[in-house]
Design a protein around this ligand. Structure first.
Ligand code: SF4
Length: 510
C-alpha cells in the first residue's frame, strides 16, 4: 500500500460521506468537520464511488469476497454488484484526475473506499487486509490514499511540528469519592508529558465542584495542598468565556467516578467543541452505570454474573420484600452503588443485618443499587486502547487482593499486600477469550480512546464473567491499566502521548 508523502495541504479528493453527504448505504453520513471545511474552502472535491456507479441511497450493505481468485462485491442478499463498484471507481478516478488531486482521503473499511483493511464478506464485521475497489484503483494509478484517521493524525503531527505548542488542559480532582486518586493520577500524567511539545494548563475541580486554574507547582496537586496556594489560583471564571480555558487545545480529564467519568464533563467538552482524552458521552455514561452496562454486555453475548437492582424509592417503600428476595437467593452478596467506581460504597453482606447496612452505605453514593451474587472467583482485568481507529486489548492482569475484596483502600493505598500480577496466571485460551470480550465490551458501549474491562474467572470451573468497564481507569504509574501496557512494551510516557494524540484527532464520527 502506498503511504503518503503528500502534505495534508495538498489538493484532495475525499469520500463524500466524510464531508457530510448522506450517501452511505443507510442514508447517513460520516461527517468529520475538518473535511467539510476543506470542501467549503475549495481545497477538496468529494466522490461517492457507489453513487457514481449508479447505486441508490439507501442500499443494502456490501462486502468484498474472493471468488475463484477474483475480488467480487456482494450485497447482504448475495447479489453480485461488482460491475457497479468498478464503474463507480473509474468515474471517481476520472473526477480525481480532473481536479488535479494527488491525494485521496477515503473512508476506512468501506468496500469502495477502504484502504488497508476491509470487511471479509461474511457480514460479521470481520476485517481482513485489503483495499476497497476504488482505493485499489487509485493506488494502481499513482494516487496516494489515506484513511480519514491517518490524514487527521498526520495533520496533527504537522501542526505540532510547525505551529505553536499544544495547550493541554489537565483536569483533576472532581466531586466524586475518587477525588484523591484523580489527583495522584494527574500528577503522574503531568510528570511524563513532553514539556517541549505541550503547554500545560492545570484545572482543578474541588470536592465542592469549584473550578480553579492553578499556575503553581504541579507537585502540590497530589496531597491537595494546591488549594491553599491561593496566589497561584485563578477562580471565579466562566468556563465558556475565560480565555485561559478557551485557549486549551485538548483536554485530558484525569477524573474518575461521577461528574468526571460519567459523560457529564464529556458533554461539557462537546458543547465547548474541544477534543478530549477518553470515551465520549454515551460510553462514559453507560460505563459508569453498572446496571446499564450489564444490560449492554448481556446484549452483546458477554457472560454477566447473577445480579438484581433496585432504586432508593423501592427500598424506602418495601425494604422487607427486597431483603427477603436477596435472602432467598442466598448470601453472601456484594452491594454496590450503580454509579460509582474504585470500590467506593461497596460492601459484602453475609446476612440480613449486614445487607441492610450495606444498602444504607451504598445509598450515600447513588439512588440505584446493584446487588451481585458472590462468585468464588479471581479478578482479571484487561486494558483496551484505541489507536488510529484500531481497538487493541493488552494481555490481562490479575488483582490479588490483600483483603476480603479489593476495596478503595486496598486499591489506592501503598498497601504492599495487594498485588497485581501481569500476565494473569491463567491459560492462554482464557487470556485470549478475556481480550476478545474486553474488545466486545468496549465496542458495545461505543467506547473510544481507553478503558479497563474487569472480569471474574471462577476458581473451580474457569467460567468468565464480566464485572464492569472503567472508561477512565486509575492512571497512577502503579495502576493496573498502564502496567498492562508496560507489559506490552508501551511505557507510561508513551501511553500518555498516544492518548493525547488520539484525542487531538478524535471526532464524533470517527
Ligand atoms: Fe460513498 Fe465511499 Fe462514503 Fe461509501 S464510503 S458512502 S462509497 S463515499
Amino acid at each position: 500500500m502506498k503511504r503518503t508523502k503528500e502534505s495534508t495541504d495538498s489538493k484532495l479528493v475525499i469520500s463524500a460521506c466524510l464531508a457530510g453527504e448522506a450517501c452511505r448505504y443507510d442514508g447517513r453520513d460520516n461527517l468529520v468537520p475538518e473535511f467539510r471545511a476543506l470542501v467549503e474552502d475549495g481545497k477538496a472535491v468529494t466522490i461517492c464511488p457507489e453513487c457514481l456507479g449508479g447505486l441508490e441511497i439507501p442500499r443494502k450493505p456490501c462486502e468484498i469476497r474472493v471468488v475463484k481468485g477474483e475480488r467480487k462485491v456482494y450485497n447482504v442478499k448475495n447479489e453480485d454488484l461488482t460491475n457497479a463498484f468498478k464503474k463507480g471507481a473509474e468515474k471517481a478516478l476520472s473526477l480525481a484526475r480532473n481536479a488535479g488531486a494527488r491525494l485521496a482521503v477515503l473512508k476506512a473499511k468501506s468496500p469502495s473506499c477502504g484502504c488497508g483493511c476491509v470487511y471479509d464478506g461474511s457480514f460479521h464485521k470481520r476485517l481482513v487486509p485489503g483495499n476497497g475497489i476504488t482505493a485499489e484503483l487509485f493506488l494502481q494509478n499513482g494516487l496516494t490514499v489515506m484513511t480519514e484517521q491517518e490524514w487527521l493524525t498526520q495533520k496533527f503531527k504537522e501542526e505540532s511540528i510547525m505551529e505553536k505548542k499544544i495547550n493541554l488542559g489537565i483536569v483533576f480532582g472532581g466531586q466524586s469519592g475518587e477525588h484523591e486518586v484523580s489527583r495522584a493520577s494527574a500528577c503522574n500524567v503531568i510528570e511524563v508529558i513532553d514539556k517541549e511539545k505541550y503547554d500545560i494548563t492545570l484545572i482543578g475541580i474541588t470536592k465542592n465542584g469549584d473550578w480553579k486554574v492553578y499556575t503553581g507547582d504541579y507537585k502540590n496537586i497530589k496531597d491537595g495542598s494546591w488549594e491553599q496556594d491561593t496566589d497561584k489560583i485563578h477562580a471565579d471564571f466562566s468556563i465558556f468565556h475565560d480565555p485561559i480555558i478557551q485557549d486549551v487545545d485538548v483536554f485530558f480529564p484525569v477524573l474518575h467516578g461521577p461528574m468526571g467519568e460519567d459523560g457529564t464533563i464529556q458533554g461539557l467538552f462537546e458543547l465547548m467543541n474541544k477534543p478530549y482524552v477518553g470515551c465520549g458521552v454515551l460510553a462514559s455514561a453507560a460505563g459508569m452505570d453498572k446496571v446499564a452496562s450489564k444490560m449492554l454486555f448481556e446484549s452483546a453475548g458477554i457472560p454477566v454474573g447473577p445480579y438484581v437492582y433496585f432504586k432508593r424509592r423501592d427500598w424506602e417503600k418495601d425494604p422487607d420484600r427486597i431483603i427477603d428476595d436477596i435472602a432467598g437467593r442466598g448470601f453472601p452478596v456484594f452491594i454496590k452503588p450503580s454509579n460509582m467506581g474504585s470500590s467506593v460504597g461497596i460492601s459484602k453482606a453475609h446476612n440480613r443485618e449486614e445487607f441492610i447496612d450495606g444498602v444504607n452505605e451504598a445509598l450515600r453514593y447513588d439512588h440505584k443499587i446493584v446487588v451481585e451474587g458472590f462468585l468464588n472467583a479471581r479478578e482479571i482485568e484487561c486494558a483496551v486502547l484505541e489507536e488510529n481507529g484500531e481497538i487493541k486489548a493488552a494481555i490481562p492482569g490479575e488483582v490479588v487482593a490483600s483483603k476480603e475484596f479489593y476495596d478503595y483502600e486496598a486499591k489506592y493505598s501503598d498497601n504492599q499486600d495487594s498485588k497485581i500480577v501481569i500476565p494473569a496466571q491463567i491459560s492462554d485460551a482464557l487470556l485470549e477469550k478475556i481480550r476478545e470480550y474486553a474488545i466486545k465490551a468496549f465496542e458495545v458501549i461505543d467506547g473510544s480512546s481507553l478503558s479497563r474491562v474487569d472480569f471474574f474467572v471462577t476458581r473451580a470451573t474457569y467460567n468468565i464473567y464480566i464485572n464492569e468497564i472503567n472508561t477512565m481507569p486509575g492512571f497512577t504509574n502503579i495502576s493496573m491499566y498502564p502496567k498492562m501496557w508496560e507489559n506490552m512494551g508501551v511505557s507510561y510516557a508513551e501511553l500518555v502521548e498516544k492518548l493525547i494524540q488520539g484525542a487531538a484527532v478524535k471526532r464524533v464520527n470517527s
